[in-house]
Design a protein around this ligand. Structure first.
Ligand code: GCB
Length: 588
């Protein structure tokens, strides 16, 4: 990109934008390709939105009305020629704001843009954001006009070794503005964010305590704010600290706890000066005790499944409530009370729907294969992106696990990096559990050991030991599961965070025929029997609910660009193994 040293995006309005006053900027946007990522040739940057005024004018790019991309959406599946495009595309949205109000502040909010976004407004560069799966915003109060505003955003989805994720990952690199874009309007002093959670210490008391933190922004903050929970007759004053966040507590009687069986949400209203925000929030606690996970003080077994945030029928990232309903509906049919949102933050609408449906969630960042552990810039980016995720989802009762990495080999630089990540995440959110998907000590594919051991030093920093294990698919055949057992040496609960194998829906054979539904079902039977015997195994999230797009998977006639480890095909048809897992969960 041509611009460097630009301001970073702001952690403002990255949650609950649905309940703010906003102008919807979704829809058709003009676009222009920038394959070499120059930002515009010939002395004029694309962000200037310059159009020649007479016949001598020269410009070597252009936005034309007939060239549009839909926002939100990945660009790859919108135009055949963009299927494997990995470079920059500039998007332009022009709009009027006739009701512009000089007494207000305005922010451009972007739900997600994969991977790097350079945001410009009315010819001024506002800044950049890195990370394709978390929300960000920029203030435009001083730039907005009643007419002819132009928002031009350059999005670059080129993969780079210093990115998160790094160069190679087993999912499709949907590029573009993949989630909602909104122009948010707030008073001069406003509620930036709020964080509410049930205090564990009060779980067994009749009168419970909700711990809160309130962040206001502006030059003359009100001295007092209020929190209201009408159903509990709560109307409480909060004395606002003049600087920094304000911590407060609310004591409540007769609080109904949130759980998968009873996903009770309360209407919450927060008022501060001229600003007011509403939300629906559930209250529960989660902790570990020995080898158990306790939800509201009671042991729980996590009947889970892994998920990518992709609607296979539309071949796009999930970006609507309908996409979320489709995916969570399938998980409910399977009998799940838990989902691992792999391998990056999924859309906020899905997390909010999980709150309503009572589905517990594991969330993560793409700290995945090939990360540059020794690069301090990468650590900085990882911390920023995790902050954005926690700021977005802190108030969601469904979200109970922050995972900090997937399948990363224990070397000193990685151990240090992830140990710092664990501390960072805990410092922002001590109310949830921390985990990471770990592999066994050696690369044991085909290894004769009958006992798999887990001594990764990172486990020390985690609340849950989570294990990815593909015995029977990568190495060995499913019957080998009968010969193995597991030991960890840690008094911690264990989740089997991945296992599975591929099957082409509709392809049948005997149980040893690779890619047949029978092979996959057999693998599930043997794997489940093996894992079920592990002492302290309190949940599993097999890999994966639905077949997903992956350029790594190119076996003709079988994969054709899809990872086939789904229990459901990309057309929505269930495979045999779906019913094996469903049966196990129905008896658990
Ligand atoms: C894994 C990865 C996941 C892959 C999966 C597979 O271990 O965590 O991202 O897609 O295996 O299908 O091989």
């Amino acid at each position: 990109m041509i611009w460097t040293l630009v301001p970073q995006a702001q952690n403002t309005f990255i949650s609950n934008t649905e309940n703010r006053t906003f102008t919807n900027l979704n829809g058709k946007w003009n676009y222009v390709l920038d394959p070499y990522m120059t930002g515009g040739m010939g002395g004029r940057a694309i962000m200037d939105n310059y159009e020649p005024t007479d016949k001598t004018g020269r410009v070597e790019y252009g936005f034309t009305p007939d060239r549009t991309l839909y926002v939100p959406g990945g660009w790859n599946t919108q135009k055949p020629e963009l299927a494997y495009f990995e470079a920059a595309i500039w998007y332009r949205k022009t709009f009027d704001k006739p009701d512009f109000d000089a007494s207000k502040r305005y922010f451009v909010y972007i739900g997600a843009a994969n991977q790097t976004a350079t945001v410009t407004f009315n010819g001024k560069e506002l800044g950049k954001h890195e990370g394709g799966y978390t929300p960000f915003s920029f203030e435009v109060t001083d730039l907005i006009k009643k007419q002819d505003n132009f928002l031009i955003i350059g999005v670059n989805n080129q993969r780079d070794a210093s990115d998160i994720p790094a160069k190679v990952h087993d999912w499709y690199n949907h590029g573009g503005i993949t989630r909602d874009v909104r122009l948010i309007e707030v008073p001069k002093n406003f509620i930036n964010n709020y964080f509410l959670s049930l205090d564990r210490e009060s779980l067994n008391k009749k009168t419970k305590t909700i711990k809160g933190k309130l962040e206001l922004a502006g030059n003359s903050l009100p001295e007092n704010a209020q929190i209201l929970i009408p159903e509990l007759q709560i109307e409480q004053n909060i004395a606002v600290k003049p600087k920094g966040a304000t911590a407060f507590e609310v004591t409540v009687k007769n609080l109904k706890l949130w759980s998968p069986d009873s996903p009770k949400l309360y209407d919450i209203i927060i008022k501060a000066g001229d600003d007011e925000i509403r939300d629906q929030i559930g209250f529960r606690t989660v902790e570990t005790k020995g080898k158990e996970i306790l939800l509201n003080g009671e042991p729980i077994f996590l009947k889970g499944i892994c998920l990518h945030d992709e609607n296979p029928l539309r071949k796009d990232r999930g970006n609507s409530i309908e996409d979320a309903q489709l995916l969570l509906g399938w998980a409910q049919e399977l009998g799940c009370n838990f989902i691992r949102l792999a391998h990056y933050p999924h859309q906020e609408k899905l997390v909010r729907l999980a709150d309503k449906l009572g589905i517990l969630l594991w969330e993560e960042l793409p700290l995945y294969w090939g990360i540059q552990w020794e690069n301090p810039e990468v650590l900085k980016k990882a911390k920023e992106q995790y902050t954005e995720l926690i700021y977005r989802d802190y108030n969601r009762a469904s979200s109970i696990v922050w995972s900090i990495a997937n399948e990363t080999a224990p070397i000193p630089s990685r151990n240090e990096f992830l140990s710092e990540m664990a501390d960072h995440v805990r410092s922002l959110d001590p109310t949830r559990l921390i985990s990471a998907a770990i592999k066994k000590d050696q690369e044991l594919d085909g290894h004769p050991d009958s006992v798999y051991t887990y001594n990764d030093p990172l486990i020390e920093k985690l609340d849950i030991l989570s294990i990815n294990e593909y015995l029977g698919w990568y190495g060995g055949l499913p019957d080998q599961c009968r010969t193995k057992s597991f030991t960890s040496g840690f008094e911690k609960p264990i989740i089997i965070s991945e296992f599975g194998g591929g099957a082409l829906q509709g392809f049948h054979g005997d149980k040893l025929t690779r890619w047949s539904e029978e092979f996959q079902a057999y693998l599930y039977e043997e794997s489940i029997a093996m894992f079920d015997k592990i002492d302290g195994m309190v949940g599993m999230t097999p890999w994966i609910l639905v077949d997903f797009m992956s350029p790594l998977r190119q076996l003709p006639g079988v994969q054709d660009g899809w990872n086939r480890k789904g229990l459901i095909s990309e057309k929505g048809v269930k495979k045999k193994a779906f019913y094996v897992l469903k049966d196990y969960y129905s008896k658990k």
